[in-house]
Design a binder for this molecule. Structure first.
Ligand code: B12
Length: 212
């Protein structure tokens, strides 16, 4: 099994060669889905280190951009072992990163895992306005709306989105799950979501429980 601490360190240090080497070796061992999820978590912890180093002034915006590219590349390598969907679809999810937030790595990881679990996922991308979520919901009748965001201000956009669903008479037709680094139980209550998570695999389990 891959050394998860080494992996977290490689992400935090932005050591591309080491990181991609570790991941390619890992994928070649034909790992289980659980092992792949542990690897995603280790990468996520590495990104938290990148965030801390940015906050303390050691890393700059260029480093954040590079970290983003590095993690996107890492997830591409991991995709074949994260799981694959078989058979019919178990439910529909509309997801997007909320208005004002451009971070999409976490959303993309959740999307891959949800698709692997058999969900049909409609991904609206980044900086998604509440009206765009509502429009898509009316078009495809999803079971679940997934709101992603990592900026503190994303919490306000999530609340605005849920409020607009209520005003449009669409809120009771869907379950709402929010995800991303700043979400908490308290934030979830204020936003009016049905669930929250900072872990994509857990998010998928919650969604599965809603459609089973
Ligand atoms: C990479 C990065 C960037 C990249 C993003 C690239 C991309 N394509 O996403 C770029 C360079 C674009 C960027 C820009 C900025 N960033 Co930035 N960024 C980060 C960093 C280092 C990592 C984020 C990340 O990808 N984490 C890894 C993923 C895997 O974790 P995650 O998002 O939490 O996702 C997991 C779960 O939460 C869950 N999940 C996520 N979404 C969803 C949705 C659903 C439905 C479910 C169920 C689950 C789920 O699944 C994932 C896997 O388990 C963070 C540091 C941090 N601690 O997060 C800062 C951070 C978020 N950025 C920050 C800042 C300040 C900025 C900028 C303002 C910088 C600037 N001066 O320009 C801009 C803002 C741009 C904007 N308007 O959004 C701050 C935010 C501070 C705050 N409190 O709001 C942070 C926290 C860094 C810091 N410590 O200061 N950033």
């Amino acid at each position: 099994m891959i050394d998860l601490n080494l992996l977290t360190e490689a992400v935090g240090d932005l050591d591309e060669e080491k990181l991609l080497g570790l991941l390619n070796d890992f994928v070649a061992t034909n790992p289980s889905e659980e092992e792949a999820q542990a690897v995603v978590n280790a990468c996520q912890q590495g990104m938290a280190k990148v965030g801390d180093l940015f906050e303390s002034g050691e890393y700059f915006v260029g480093d954040l951009i590079f970290a983003g590219e590095l993690l996107t590349q890492s997830i591409d390598i991991l995709k074949p072992v994260i799981g694959s969907a078989s058979g019919s679809k178990i439910g529909k999810i509309v997801i997007g990163t909320v208005e004002g937030d451009l971070h999409d790595i976490g959303k993309n990881i959740f999307r891959s895992m949800a698709e692997a679990a058999g969900f049909e996922v409609f991904d609206l991308g980044i900086d998604v306005k509440p009206s765009a979520f509502i429009e898509k919901a009316r078009e495809v009748n999803p079971d679940i709306i997934g709101l992603s965001g990592v900026l503190t201000l994303a919490l306000e956009s999530m609340k605005k989105t849920v409020d607009e669903f209520k005003a449009a008479g669409e809120r009771d037709k869907v379950k709402v799950i929010i995800g991303g680094n700043p979400v908490t139980q308290e934030a979830s209550n204020q936003i009016g979501a049905d669930a929250f998570t900072t872990n994509a695999a857990e998010g998928v389990k919650i969604c599965q429980s809603w459609v089973s």
